[in-house]
Design a protein around this ligand. Sequence first.
Ligand code: THU
Length: 131
Amino acid sequence: MPTQQKERLLQLARAAQQNAHAPYSNFKVGAAVLLENGEIFTGCNVENASYGLTNCAERSAIFAAVSKLGGPNVKIAAVAVVNDHNVPCSPCGACRQVIAEFGPKAVIWYQGRDGIKEATLEGLLPDSFSL
Ligand code: THU
């Protein structure tokens, strides 16, 4: 994956992070998802007064892609995730499972302890469940 793609994806994730609705955690997250067809979708976390209804940035971005293109056309090549505290933040378990559905071979970039880390979905969610 070219460095240029990574930087572009991170830049778009940072832009999406601006729209995060996080009045309860004050932790704003942005994500950008690159599809195999070259299209990019972005998302932010959207919290709710009923906390459990919160949607993570990664799932917001993926659901936007599915809503526009339909599931069979969503093939995720890469995901970038950033947060406004610049603290380590990899996709949560629920998001890993959702990424697996549309991008079992996806590359994931996220904020680690010393800057942006690169991982694969397979590395983050070995033996993932599928039907
Ligand atoms: N969050 C994300 O959007 N993505 C992640 O990868 C981790 C956590 C959100 C959910 C919640 O709104 C806030 O961050 C604090 O957990």
